[in-house]
Design a protein around this ligand. Structure first.
Ligand SMILES: C[S@@+](CC[C@H](N)C(=O)[O-])C[C@H]1O[C@@H](n2cnc3c(N)ncnc32)[C@H](O)[C@@H]1O
Length: 322
């Protein structure tokens, strides 16, 4: 019997052969870099809802495993920073999509003299059984794919990502999330799900899946409006806003008191002393914001009235409490 995953494969076969401009992407378009010229068809096949290409995560030139290659846009952007054969292993189950990505990357090589198609190795395979050995990858990325998976399948895909990451490695994700649960009637619509419109989880559910498979630290890098499911078109009682969430999840041990989730909160000490020390590794200099995870923010707020906790900015890139 055909499953929702078969429907997704069929859908991506279609949009590999006939690019669907604006399928998932946001209005701001693909981000640009000096000396990088993107093939037109690759841009038309930008089926991502945010970005997973975060240069600060590529400092040690990791092997990047990228699942769900689409038209190859992010594989090329990763290759911009990781210029060596086999630096990016891109996994894709749909043969037509693999062909389209390969052609787009060959065109990119004609347009960019620094790029060689050997930098990206495209392999047949899917997110649930990656053709990659344990622990080979420093960075694992997926953009706008995992949201189409049912919750149990999402857990399977995240376990695979965890398996292929080395210790300390990071999972870079971009996906739609829902500002309230999406009604079951829409969730069961396979085509809408394949279009990244009805499979989205809420923020708490999404982050809970990441920590549930063992990622000890999660950093939110961006959270912004993505799509409106309006009442009339989608048969809803109220409009439902989808957001896109970019985040990084770290394969680090789970702290005994639970995961560290960074959402951009800071703690600022404003008391009489030069600094505040909670005796647990957090030292706040008077007047200077220190990035803290949500767990630490709550603990600090509860232990001293001179500590101000600033709201989540939904943008955090390091220098935290862990
Ligand atoms: C929404 S597109 C995103 C493409 C690309 N990441 C981008 O940002 O443009 C989803 C991609 O995942 C692929 N895909 C679908 N089912 C998959 C699965 N089970 N495992 C891996 N990739 C899958 C699709 O063929 C398509 O290339």
């Amino acid at each position: 019997m055909a499953t929702y995953l078969d429907a997704a494969a069929e859908f991506y076969r279609e949009v590999a052969e006939t690019p669907d401009v604006g399928l998932c992407c946001v209005q701001s378009g693909a981000f640009k870099m000096p000396g990088l010229t993107l093939p037109d068809r690759m841009v038309a096949m930008n089926y991502g809802c945010g970005t997973t290409v975060q240069p600060q995560e590529l400092m040690d030139e990791p092997t990047v495993v990228y699942v769900g290659v689409g038209g190859g846009l992010e594989a090329l952007q990763f290759a911009y920073f990781c210029r060596r054969p086999g630096a990016i292993i891109a996994i894709e189950p749909v043969a037509e999509m693999r062909s389209a990505a390969l052609e787009n990357l060959q065109e990119a090589a004609r347009l960019n003299d620094w790029f060689d198609p050997s930098f990206v190795e495209i392999r047949a395979g899917d997110a649930f059984e990656l053709p990659v050995a344990d622990g080979v990858s420093g960075v694992f990325a997926q953009n706008c794919l995992f949201n189409i998976f049912e919750p149990d399948d999402l857990t399977r895909a995240l376990r695979e990502a965890y398996r292929v990451l080395r210790c300390g490695g990071r999972l870079l994700m971009s996906d739609p999330i829902a500002t309230r649960p999406i009604p079951e009637s829409l969730r069961r619509d396979d085509r809408l799900r394949a279009m990244c419109l009805s499979g989205a989880l809420t923020y708490d559910e999404y982050v809970g899946h990441l920590t549930g498979v063992g990622f000890g630290q999660v950093e939110v890098r961006a959270r912004r409006p993505y799509r409106l499911l309006d009442r009339a078109t989608y048969g809803l009682d109220e409009d439902l806003l989808l957001e896109s969430l970019d985040c990084a999840a770290f394969k680090v041990p789970m702290p005994a008191d639970g995961p560290c989730i960074f959402t951009g909160k800071t703690a600022i000490y404003g008391g009489p002393d030069a600094a505040y020390d909670d005796g647990k590794g957090h030292r706040l200099q008077r007047g200077i914001p220190a990035g803290v995870c949500d767990k630490t923010a709550a603990a600090l707020a509860a232990c001293d009235e001179n500590i101000l906790i600033t709201p989540a900015t939904w943008h955090y890139q390091g220098d935290g409490c862990c």
